[in-house]
Write a protein that binds this ligand. Structure first.
Ligand SMILES: Nc1ncnc2c1ncn2[C@@H]1O[C@H](COP(=O)(O)OP(=O)(O)OP(=O)(O)O)[C@@H](O)[C@H]1O
Ligand SMILES: [Mg+2]
Length: 545
């Protein structure tokens, strides 16, 4: 909707008689001002919009549960007049009485009403019967009256009301609006404005952007990119998501050359390829990474975002499900809104099995909440217009609903094997020289040989624990001896692990979306082994063939 004025969209819907009541979902004071300016502007009551005869000026009323009712006198909003009220007009009335008053107005004469400040469920309940009544009432239709209801969250209203009203979701801000605001601020403070600010501020409301920009000016006498980015991160935290700009790229992943090549050629290159876009063959926008714990699923998602230069929004499925009934759907809806406003971006949904469980695996106390949330997520994923790239991670792909993971939602389903010998060697290096700077005097080949079937996470722990030991002994570098000592403490149950890997390979064969990639991954995993695991893996290989 970014290119299309949301107010025009609203009036179009009203004109087409889809409903006389329009729910405007926004909490941005600038948007509310804009709406009030729009309903009182010259262009509003013209034939073009509402087909109302311009000779017969419609009345304008605005109702706010706290501020009471005001009317437009052609120049400004003034308190509505009533007879005999002790408190000076409708301002002193309760909401129900004011709604009754409004009811009379919109049924008797062409009226444009704005009901704003419906910010909680009690208020939504208090007005919902009226809205239902108005939405299709012949008199309201006849008078061509129109009611705008401004709420921060349309889910505060019950389903019936939502069905009868038209929902309008103004964008947080459009690029033009942000450009205008930023250059205005820059002009006012005699500065040049940085174009990077424009992209960095996508997904912010104009109000939030203005606040952040002015704050930065007062502090450092210029609008700094970092100020805008960090304001945006704070905002996202308020919504319950973590937004970051990952720092580390391919260099942070040890091994996994096959996977890196695959991502480079099939995801990253295609996303950046203008010709492919013209052909209408964008890259996959749904990628599901599955594998045993600690094999780098989260890491791959993060690195992808760095390599693409896109913001990374991390969502934990458990967080989506925490909270009271109704909250879950709200969170999914919010996620969609926030992600699309920040798009293109990577939305990483960890432990996605918590959302997309098979029907028969959903616990019965769930009362359909999970189902509805999953349906909402599925709708979004299948939406052709979706601009964000969704990356999901799970250890339990076999438990996911098949509709949830089908192509079109998750085009790519990619298994992540535990690291092979080469990968282990590199992971040890990465965690001592890229992610951290730990001076080492160690033969990593030997350690890689001795850690067959370990996960990346376990290898990382090994590095960190060994470095701690070395420091506690006052050493200036970590030695092989420190590593050997730690290995005695970090135990991996190899028998259990072997079984897990066996099961995982079978699952990978069943679910991987790209068989050629799987083939190469298997080859890499089963043939490049060295050291103590060779015998075990040979047996495994035989069994798998
Ligand atoms: N190939 C790798 N190279 C470097 N580090 C790795 C690699 N694989 C895993 N790690 C490290 O192991 C840790 C765990 O990785 P990550 O969180 O990505 O695993 P995961 O598959 O998401 O695990 P889980 O299923 O438990 O969520 C990370 O800190 C990461 O840096
Ligand atoms: Mg993870």
């Amino acid at each position: 909707m970014n290119d299309f004025d949301w107010k025009k969209n609203a009036s179009l819907k009203r004109r087409a008689q889809s409903s006389t009541v329009l729910l405007i979902e926004s909490e941005d004071p600038k948007r509310i001002d804009e709406l009030l300016a729009f309903v009182t502007s010259k262009e509003f009551p013209s034939k073009d919009y509402f087909n109302i005869d311009t000779k017969e000026e419609p009345k304008r009323a605005c109702l706010d549960p706290w501020e009471g009712m005001t009317q437009w006198n052609g120049k400004e909003w003034i308190p509505a007049e009533t007879e005999g009220s002790v408190f000076g007009g409708i301002a002193g009335m309760d909401l129900a009485t004011a709604m009754r008053k409004l009811d009379g107005m919109i049924k008797q004469a062409p009226t444009i009403a704005v009901v704003k400040g419906i910010s909680n469920q009690d208020l939504a309940r208090a007005v919902s019967l009226a809205l239902q009544n108005w939405s299709t009432h012949p008199k309201v239709l006849f008078q061509k009256s129109t009611v705008f209801v401004v709420t921060p969250d349309s889910l505060l209203f019950d389903e019936q009301t939502r069905r009868l009203c038209v929902l309008i979701e103004p964008p947080f801000s459009t690029e033009e609006e942000r450009r205008a605001m930023l250059s205005e601020i820059a002009d006012a403070f005699k500065q040049k404005y940085d174009k990077l600010l424009l992209t960095a501020s996508s997904g912010m409301t104009l109000h939030d952007l203005e606040t952040a920009a002015l704050e930065s000016i007062f502090k450092n006498s210029k609008v700094e990119l970092s100020a805008i980015t960090s304001a945006k991160m704070d905002l996202m935290r308020k919504y319950g998501y973590e937004l970051t700009y990952p720092r580390l790229g391919w260099e942070a992943i040890g091994g996994y050359q096959t996977m890196k090549d695959y991502f480079r050629d099939n995801v990253i290159r295609i996303i950046k390829d203008d010709v492919a876009r013209k052909w209408g063959v964008g890259a996959s926008r749904g990628i599901l990474l599955f594998g045993l714990g600690g094999t780098g699923k989260s890491l791959f998602a993060k690195v992808m975002s760095k390599e693409l230069g896109l913001p990374f929004i991390k969502v934990s499925s458990a967080d989506i499900f925490a909270g009271i009934v109704g909250e879950t759907e709200r969170k999914v809806k919010n996620l969609q809104k926030v992600a699309e406003a920040n798009a293109p971006c990577i939305v990483f949904i960890d432990e996605i099995d918590q959302i997309g469980l098979k029907r028969d695996l959903v616990i019965s106390t769930d009362s359909g909440v999970g189902r509805r949330a999953m349906n909402m997520l599925m709708d979004w994923m299948g939406d052709d217009e979706r601009k964000s790239i969704i990356v999901g991670a799970t250890n339990l792909i076999a438990q996911l609903d098949t509709a949830f993971i089908r192509a079109g939602r998750f085009d790519d389903k990619i298994p992540l094997f535990p690291p092979d010998y080469e990968a282990r060697k590199e992971i040890l290096q990465v965690h001592t020289s890229v992610v951290r700077k730990v001076p080492v005097d160690v033969n990593f080949e030997r350690i890689a040989e001795k850690t067959a079937m370990w996960s990346g996470a376990e290898l990382e722990l090994l590095c960190v624990a060994s470095a701690r030991t070395a420091r506690s002994l006052g050493k200036v570098a970590v030695t092989s001896g420190n590593f050997s000592d730690t290995m005695k403490e970090v135990t991996v149950n190899l028998e259990k692990r072997e079984k897990e890997i066996k099961d995982f390979v079978a699952t990978a064969k069943e679910y991987a979306s790209n068989l050629r990639l799987l083939d190469e991954q298997l080859k890499e995993y089963l043939t490049k082994e060295k050291g103590e695991a060779i015998d075990r893996l040979k047996a495994l290989k035989k069994e798998l063939q």
